[in-house]
Every structure is written in C-alpha cells, then in structure tokens.
Design a protein around this ligand. Structure first.
Ligand SMILES: [Zn+2]
Length: 103
C-alpha cells in the first residue's frame, strides 16, 4: 500500500541526516511546498504523541542577519529590514522530549 502524503513527509523528516527546508522536501517528494507547509503543524501534533519533536533550524535574514524565532511557520519577510532574501527554516523529526523553553 502506498504511503499517504503525510506519512511520506514524516518518513523523510525522520530519516534525513540534516534538517530540510520546505522547498527541499517539496523537490524530494514532488509535493507542492504550500501543501507541505500546511501539513507541518498537524505532523508535529501527531508525532508528539509518539514521542517525536521537531528540531528546527530557524530562518535567517540574509541581508541583515536577523534570526527568527524557531517556528514551523515559514516567514516571507524580515521584520527588521523587510528584506525577502531569507534563508528558510529547516526541519527534521527527532525522538525525545522537548528541551524546556527558556523564559
Ligand atoms: Zn533583515
């Protein structure tokens, strides 16, 4: 039986050696990047119950160096200099508990 779209994304994110951007996943799986972006929060929810969490390499502005908050959301514009020249966030799924967030 063929894997569902979301299962394919999950497999890729678990097996990848390094975090992947939505664009990279899109090219590897031949799935539209907007579809993958909208699947990520649902994948996070489902996989959390199985003991996985997202490791997120945050997006970065290539113009001013601003580093975004780690998020599943893919930003389109830098809040500091409004440039759209961004290094996209990259993701992968890792087994284990979430590291407690600092306040
Ligand atoms: Zn910037």
């Amino acid at each position: 039986m063929a894997l569902s779209r979301r299962q394919k994304i999950i497999e890729l994110l678990i097996n990848t050696e390094r975090p992947l951007s939505v664009e990279e996943m899109s090219m590897m799986l031949h799935i539209d990047s907007s579809v993958i972006a909208s699947d990520l929060p649902r994948i996070a929810e489902a996989m959390e119950r199985k003991g996985y969490r997202f490791e997120i390499e945050p997006a970065r502005c290539k113009k001013c160096g601003y580093v975004f908050e780690p998020s599943l959301h893919v930003p389109s514009k830098c809040p500091r200099c409004h440039s759209q020249w961004l290094e996209p966030p990259r993701f992968r799924l890792v087994k284990g508990k979430q590291v407690p967030e600092k306040d």
